[in-house]
Design a protein around this ligand. Structure first.
Ligand code: SF4
Ligand code: SF4
Ligand code: SF4
Length: 149
C-alpha cells in the first residue's frame, strides 16, 4: 500500500499491468522495477512521489537478484551463516560445511578478510522463479548482518 499510494494511480497500463495496485505488488515480488512506470518517471507532476519511491526502493535495486544485502559494518566474520547455508553444506561437505573454510568455488557464502561475501548467487534457494523463502543464513547471525529485501 505504501508503494501504491505513491504511484500515479491512473491504471494506464503502460507498465504492462492492468492496475497500479498489481504493479505495486510486483515491485515487492521483484517482477517489476519502479522505472517501468513511465508516467511516474517522465511526468514532472509526479516528481516528489518519484523521488520518494526511488529512495524507498533503493535497497531492492542494490540487493541484486536474490535480495541479499550483507551489512559489512555489522559482520565480524564468525562464519555461522557459512556453515548454516544448505547450499554450502551440499556443495562443500568437507570444507565450508564443517567450518574449515571453503575447499572449492561452489559455495555461496564465505568469509574473506573477516567479512562474509556472497558468490554463485544463482545457486541460492532464493534465486529464480522457483525460489523459496530460505532463512538459513539469517537466523544464526548474531549481529543482524544479513538481510533480504
Ligand atoms: S505505468 Fe504506472 S501509472 Fe500506469 S498502470 Fe503502471 S503503475 Fe500505474
Ligand atoms: S538464502 Fe539460503 S541458500 Fe541462499 S545464501 Fe542464505 S542460506 Fe544459502
Ligand atoms: S554475516 Fe553474521 S553469521 Fe555471517 S559471518 Fe557475518 S556475523 Fe557471522
Amino acid at each position: 500500500m505504501e508503494i501504491y499510494q505513491l504511484l500515479p494511480k491512473t491504471n494506464c497500463k503502460e507498465c504492462g499491468e492492468s492496475t497500479c495496485m498489481a504493479f505495486a505488488v510486483k515491485i515487492i515480488s521483484r517482477e517489476h522495477g519502479i522505472k517501468e512506470c513511465t508516467p511516474l518517471m517522465e511526468d514532472s507532476k509526479y516528481a516528489a512521489e518519484k523521488n520518494k519511491l526511488l529512495e524507498m526502493l533503493k535497497p531492492m535495486e542494490d540487493a541484486g537478484e536474490t535480495g541479499l544485502i550483507i551489512h559489512d559494518d555489522k559482520c565480524f566474520g564468525c562464519g555461522n551463516c557459512v556453515v548454516a547455508c544448505p547450499v554450502n553444506v551440499a556443495n562443500d561437505p568437507e570444507g565450508a560445511a564443517i567450518g574449515d573454510g571453503p575447499s572449492n568455488d561452489k559455495v555461496i557464502l564465505k568469509v574473506v578478510d573477516g567479512v562474509v561475501v556472497a558468490q554463485n548467487v544463482g545457486e541460492c534457494r532464493r534465486f529464480g522463479k522457483n525460489r523459496i523463502l530460505c532463512n538459513a543464513c539469517i537466523d544464526p547471525c548474531p549481529s543482524g548482518a544479513i538481510e533480504f529485501v
